[in-house]
Design a protein around this ligand. Structure first.
Ligand code: THU
Length: 140
């Protein structure tokens, strides 16, 4: 799955989640066995992708959300609309993956309070705003 511009296609929350699922198979997570995929929608209609990438030294590991956000920034996109996050934990699909505190802080750096975070809760998709998940984030 390459970074994509979906000309004329409305990127619904459901479609963004389907795209995030495509990324789970790219996850490199031999230490936690938790495979995560993320799809990030920019305000100009582009989608960037991320998966978690772990490391034997543990701390260099990075979450799917940050890979997607940093990829977008490295390509010159900084205006973000929403992100869908999904994964497999202990072989189970449909478990919610809420962004960790580090990823929320990275979102706070680049996203508005109403940036949408789409997660799976069972068979449903639930959408939260960044402000809901990080009400009092750090900024300078
Ligand atoms: N992880 C993510 O990629 N995103 C999340 O929202 C939660 C956690 C990754 C980090 C680590 O590789 C594995 O999941 C277990 O924590």
């Amino acid at each position: 799955m390459d970074d994509m511009l979906f000309d004329g296609v409305e990127i619904t929350d459901d479609l963004l989640m389907e795209l995030a699922k495509e990324l789970v198979s790219r996850s490199y997570a031999p230490y936690s066995n938790v495979n995560v995929g993320a799809a990030l929608l920019t305000k100009n209609g582009k989608v960037y992708f991320g998966c978690n990438i772990e490391n034997a030294a543990y701390s260099p590991s990075v979450c799917a959300e940050r890979v997607a956000i940093f990829t977008a920034i490295s390509q010159g996109d900084r205006e973000f609309e929403s992100i869908a996050i999904t994964g497999i934990k202990n072989g189970d699909l449909g478990e919610p993956f809420y962004p960790c505190g580090v990823c929320l802080q990275v979102m706070q750096e680049f996203c508005d309070d109403d940036f949408k975070i789409i997660v799976e809760e069972g068979l449903e998709h639930k959408t939260y705003t960044l402000k809901e998940l990080l009400p009092k984030g750090f900024s300078l």
